[in-house]
Design a protein around this ligand. Structure first.
Ligand code: IMP
Ligand code: MG
Length: 367
């Protein structure tokens, strides 16, 4: 589920929330059922909690609300600005604050000061959610429905920049994690084009194995020289050498939110080597996505591209078909390899560029 720019995952069901609400109501009833306390809900967040709380609290009581100006904090006079003020005539009454959530306790601190000059009989604090591990306020939290870890939550009155208050369940912010993708596709399927969009959208680093090879050889790096020695003899570059080059790329880009591997792996052995290498970095491939396109469409695209680029292998239909053949032979086992891990996805690669990006984004966002 997305709100603004962030993703949230389910955290508490309606039933779990209701259990917590009833827990607060029962505990307060235990202490106050023989008098008529005034509950004061703190807007905006507490509106849903207050409603369900009152339904669970079937004893004499009054209810009121207070609203503080959010995040304006203290005014120069040291007084919290209130948009909806503390009720009058609290003399001799038992006041119980109903908060949706208490985090550091800063808000609570300001709130309590508002009652300092009221002649209340008792002043208690109740909250539905309590981040006890980060609370460092000086007041005792008298009642709470549920202690929760220091995670940002939304729903059931709680918002992320005003969205999410109407959700019946509570969601928590999805912890950012790396997205490592392998892109498959026949020549002309649009891997390069799509990788450009995906790397922008998700802050990924695009590692095109072909580019990495060319870069290392051109710059005479140790690995480039080693790779070249195999190529010059007409041998295939061993997978360890390629993996080392990829490792360098991964290490050079530690700020990336993930990587798009393009052109590697091409065999099951390479896929296994990649998994082993990623595991040493506490990383893994999250998904492999194939851009599917009909051969005849791709041939037309490549022939068009060949006219512009002058690439000889894009100008000869037979050469193109041979490259497709090779792709079919090599990626078929890889498809099985990643399917067995539940990571294989394919996306229709025919259509407008932004339509195809949207199809890829859908796969990525559901990961
Ligand atoms: P505190 O002043 O740090 O205790 O934070 C209190 C206020 O911050 C709450 O009244 C909420 O408005 C907001 N807040 C704290 N944690 C969360 C959360 O996890 N989700 C949504 N709002 C929160
Ligand atoms: Mg609040």
């Amino acid at each position: 589920m997305r709100l603004h720019d962030k993703s949230f995952v389910p955290y508490l069901s309606e039933a779990e929330i209701m259990t917590a609400v009833k827990q607060v109501a029962n505990a307060i009833a235990q202490d106050y059922k023989n008098e008529t306390p005034i509950f004061i809900g703190v807007l905006n967040g507490a509106f849903m909690f207050v409603a369900d709380f009152l339904k669970a609290y079937q004893h004499p009581c009054e209810v009121s609300f207070i609203k503080l100006s959010s995040y304006q904090g203290l005014t120069s006079t040291g007084i919290v600005e209130t948009l909806l003020d503390v009720p009058e005539n609290l003399d001799g009454r038992s006041v119980i604050i109903l908060e949706d959530i208490i985090d550091t306790g800063r808000t609570l601190q300001k709130l309590v000061h508002l009652f300092a000059d009221k002649n209340v009989k008792e002043f208690k604090i109740a909250t539905l959610f309590y981040k006890s591990s980060v609370y460092n306020g000086e007041y005792k939290v008298d009642y709470f429905g549920m202690e929760i870890p220091d995670r940002f939550i939304v729903g059931y009155g709680l918002d992320y920049n005003e969205l999410g208050r109407n959700l019946k369940e509570v969601y928590q912010l999805k912890q950012p994690h790396m997205i490592n993708l392998v892109l498959f596709g026949k020549p002309g399927a649009g891997k390069g084009t799509q990788a450009e969009f995906l790397k922008e959208k998700y802050n990924l680093k695009h590692i095109s194995t072909g580019d990495v090879f060319r870069y290392n050889i051109k710059n005479n790096t140790a690995l480039g020289t080693l790779a070249k020695s195999y190529i010059d003899k007409g041998d295939l570059v061993p997978d360890e050498v390629t993996i080392k080059m990829l490792q360098d790329e991964v290490e050079k880009n530690s700020e990336a939110s993930g990587f798009i591997f393009d052109g590697f792996p091409r065999t099951t052995a390479q896929a296994e080597a990649l998994d082993a290498f990623l595991a040493t970095k506490d990383m893994k491939i999250n998904a492999t996505i194939a851009l599917d396109a009909n051969d005849e469409v791709l041939i037309q695209r490549l022939l068009e591209r060949g006219k512009v680029s002058g690439r000889s292998d894009d100008q000869d239909e037979n050469k193109i078909r041979n490259r497709f053949e090779e792709y079919n032979l090599k990626t078929a086992p890889l498809k099985d390899f990643y399917e067995a891990q539940g990571k294989f996805h394919s996306v229709n690669g025919i259509g407008a560029i932004d339509e195809i990006t949207a199809r890829l984004a859908k796969v990525i966002e559901e990961l």
